[in-house]
Design a protein around this ligand. Sequence first.
Ligand code: NAD
Ligand code: UDP
Length: 316
Amino acid sequence: MRAVITGGAGFLGSHLCDKLLEHGWDVLCVDNLITGADQNIAHLAGNEHFRVQRHDVSSYIDVPGPVDYVLHFASPASPVDYLKFPIPTLKVGALGTHNSLGLALAKKAEFFLASTSECYGDPLVSPQPENYWGNVNPIGPRGVYDEAKRYAEAMTMAYHRAHGLDTHIVRIFNTYGPRMRLNDGRALPNFIYQALTGQPITVYGDGAQTRSFCYVTDLIEGIYRLMQSSEHEPVNIGNPQEITILEFAERVKALTGSKSAIEFKPLPQDDPKRRCPDITKAKRLLNWEPKVGLNEGLRLTLDYFQKQIERVPAGS
Ligand code: NAD
Ligand code: UDP
């Protein structure tokens, strides 16, 4: 089996490369490194089953030879990243998804879309089931990501219905673990970096907004099961253990033994107030549920970040 993974040099894409290689696949990673890093796949150099093509998938994707599966993971994912790259984010969600679907169709391959809980926007229903249509501000700053992903889902379903393409869509909820960028601006790397370096831990708003954090190995297992299922409509994969951002900051502080103060900063526009996956569908269809609790996952991630901080000089 040969897979093309767009965004394979990113945080999640690189773990997916590892997973498929472990299961005996050949993997071609296609990435333009806009938010990814060579370092995430450096351990795969020399593996004869792994290849890398540096390419922007918002332009036509040319892959010689047979392909069995196209997994489209390319997209800036952190709010700081997609606010910095609004147009590339819209393009990779729209044109990148179209090109990836076109590649799958041409190769008679299966297709898998990495979608997001952001499709639910600032949800009026919690926890969010897949049949909730969401509450998205299309013209707000986060719209560049949310609407790109909603378009990507629509385009994927259209290829399934119009061309009979075998497609799958995962709606990923906040996921964390080794290979997240220390400076990607998401709450988890920010809090860990701030706690480990004694800087104030920056909580946006009053910290009453919630998130539900899933450890990366759990997510990748859910994705692997969904890849092999016959489900075509979106499936939530995430950890339903919901926590307020203030409690989360306190948890990171306690686990690191940090003396950092907690500092409140303005809440970004359209920041979702609640986010928690309803995983009934994943449990029923995939017999999947997360296994790694927050404290255990945070300890594993802390080890990684500690080593990164030793490698990277403070402030860079
Ligand atoms: P990431 O930024 O670490 O990885 C994204 C990768 O895509 C990077 O390597 C980047 O260089 C690459 N990329 C972006 N635009 C590209 C383009 N035009 N052409 C080629 N490569 C391109 O982010 P991540 O957290 O690993 O997210 C991966 C996917 O999962 C994204 O599609 C994201 O929307 C989705 N997702 C992630 C989360 C999460 O919690 N991490 C949550 C929901 C959805
Ligand atoms: N957040 C925070 N401090 C930070 C970074 C983020 O309080 O330094 C908040 C952010 O406003 C949001 C939550 O933490 O309410 C999660 O943000 P993140 O960027 O991780 O991802 P999101 O879930 O919003 O996509």
